[in-house]
Design a protein around this ligand. Structure first.
Ligand code: HEM
Length: 542
């Protein structure tokens, strides 16, 4: 919004008037050192004569440069490039039969912070690359922080977190030449996904229009894993989380994406900021698919613990449970978007994890990486990460501690300050892990054979596409595989396409000038899921 206040003026005492206070870098009538001592000159260093060497004793010079030298922190190891915004989540109360989470009760308003991201590019990379997008939401609830750390694609490349370093090494730029910044067009990515066929489904989504969203405001979001909800009676329900954009789901076409990459690499970031700035607040409905919490954790033959699976909406409709509105831009990108720390383990009473082996590994990874990225264990004290309820965690000291804790006995119970937070009844409202009955178990590395079908779900996705979406997918595979140097990698990927669908395979093979292989697995007879297609989505009348 234009600042109506006219040009800034500086009074004789140094007071600045006539400017939008939000734009003032730092208040105060004069500049000071970090110790608060008033400065008379910050443009010239102390020297032995006007042309002489600079003196070591110039503390202001050293302090100023030292601080600057350490302005950068490591970028995220994945999802380094992002854009964030603040907002509110208004719950409908429709989930209260399945969860006791207070922020999902009827008509509760909860402050949130959302960070959208690409996955593989560095912090300064371009927005409209072909890639998965992160969609991470921090809910500052009355029961503590809940993070829903999702993506815009409902499945993942791998079934077990132990492969995460491998898939990311394969997707990141080649170690020798540091290209490309985008997910696409390189041998290591295509090498990995052809050797780990569980990646087929996610790769197909990436090669579809979903890989190049039109705007963050027009993307779906998915929690991907199956989560477990618990209601007030202690009954459990398995769920998958979905965000549905009010503006509908829209993508760029590849040619547009490439042109925008050059003309405006900040396209998505700008789009989000400008929309909020102008009052066109983006909205998403949060919904859940619910499944009975059966001992086998299967639904209609689909293993709910396998993160390469979706459950078609025709089999389990998405039930709306609340509305997210992003209505406030960040005022300091570093303090908010860069320092925010999401974690799948940030759960509140009523929401729990399942044994999905990908989710289990994530429970370790986020806290671990943030220790390095944010410089020690006290990043929960940063304003963007701080819960909006009182903290009484008995944690002490450590790098970047800013709290001044009181008391002599930082442990509970103790006999010195009289407090025992676990007195009878004090756990009402506490997070209690759901007591899940485990099957008789043995210690193995083997995985369930229900994780073995890597092709029928990709086939369903392909069969659910409209003709134009199929054309885009064929063009994307042809372009990306055409960039691979190694013939064997192209051939292995054609084999995977043959196992999804012979038409898809033969069209891409034709484009690559290679023979189309025969399928090596029987083609499964799956029903299309119309909800997977973007075509036919209409802009809502309101
Ligand atoms: C960051 C989603 C799997 C490790 C992120 C972010 C999102 C995300 C949205 C960005 C958070 C932000 O904006 O700050 C997902 C989804 C996954 C997945 C949906 C699968 C369903 C994994 C796995 C691992 C992992 C399996 C490791 C075992 C990380 C790490 C970061 C990250 C280390 C950087 C966090 C930070 O520096 O703050 N992920 N991720 N992710 N993810 Fe994942």
């Amino acid at each position: 919004k234009a600042d109506q206040r006219g040009p800034a003026t500086v009074s004789p005492t140094g007071q600045v008037t006539g400017v939008d206070q939000a734009k003032v870098a730092q208040g105060g009538a004069y500049l000071t050192t970090a110790q608060g001592v008033r400065l008379h000159d910050t443009d010239h260093s102390l020297k032995a004569g006007p042309r002489g060497p600079v003196l070591l004793q110039d503390h202001h010079l050293r302090e100023k440069i030292m601080q600057f030298d350490h302005e950068r922190i490591p970028e995220r190891v994945v999802h380094a490039r992002g854009a964030g915004a603040h907002g509110v989540f208004q719950s409908y109360g429709t989930a209260s039969t399945v969860t006791k989470a207070a922020f999902l009760a009827e008509d509760v308003e909860t402050e949130v912070f959302v960070r959208f991201s690409t996955v593989l590019g560095s912090r300064g990379s371009s927005d409209t690359v072909r890639d998965t997008r992160g969609f991470a939401t921090k809910f500052y609830t009355t029961e503590g922080v809940f993070d829903l750390v999702g993506n815009n694609i409902p499945v993942f490349f791998i079934q077990d977190a132990i492969k995460f370093p491998d898939v990311i090494h394969a997707g990141k730029p080649h170690p020798d030449r540091e290209i490309p910044q985008a997910q696409s067009a390189h041998d290591t990515f295509w090498d990995f996904v052809s050797l780990h066929t569980e990646a087929t489904h996610h790769t197909l989504w990436n090669m579809s229009d979903r890989g190049i969203p039109r705007s963050y405001r027009m993307m779906e979001g998915f929690g991907v894993h199956t989560f477990r909800l618990v209601n007030a009676a202690g009954e459990t329900t398995l769920v998958k989380f979905h965000w549905k954009p009010k503006l509908g789901v829209h993508s760029l076409v590849w040619e547009e994406a490439q042109i925008i990459n050059g003309v405006d690499p900040d396209f998505h970031r700008r789009d989000l900021f400008d929309a909020i700035e102008s009052g066109a607040y983006p909205q998403w409905e949060l919904g859940i698919q619910t499944f009975p919490d059966t001992p086998d954790q299967m639904f209609e033959g689909i293993d709910l613990l396998d993160p390469t699976n979706i459950v078609p909406e025709e089999l389990a409709p998405v039930q709306p449970i609340g509305l997210l509105t992003l209505n406030r831009n960040t005022s300091n990108f570093f303090a908010e978007t860069e320092q925010v720390a999401f974690h799948v383990g940030h759960l509140v009473p009523g929401i729990d994890v399942t044994d999905d082996p990908l989710l289990q590994g994530r429970l370790f990874s986020y806290l671990d990486t943030q220790l390095t990225r944010l410089g020690g264990p006290n990043f929960n004290q940063l304003p963007i990460n701080r819960t909006h309820v009182p903290v009484n965690d008995m944690q002490r000291d450590g790098y970047h501690q800013t709290a001044v804790h009181r008391g002599v006995a930082p442990y509970k119970p103790n006999s010195l300050d009289g407090g025992c937070p676990f007195a009878a009844g004090a756990d009402a409202g506490a997070f209690v892990d759901v007591p899940v009955q485990l099957p008789e178990s043995v210690k193995v590395r083997a995985q369930s054979e229900t994780f073995d079908d890597h092709f029928s779900q990709p086939r369903r996705f392909w069969l659910s596409m409209s003709p134009i979406e199929r054309e885009h997918i064929i063009a994307a595979y042809t372009f990306e595989l055409g960039k691979c140097y190694e013939q064997a990698i192209k051939e292995r990927n054609l084999q995977i396409l043959a196992n999804i669908d012979p038409v898809l395979c033969s069209k891409v093979a034709e484009g690559l000038g290679l023979p189309a292989p025969e399928p090596t697995v029987p083609l499964v007879d799956v029903q299309p899921s119309p909800a997977l297609s973007q075509v036919g989505e209409v802009w809502p009348a309101d």
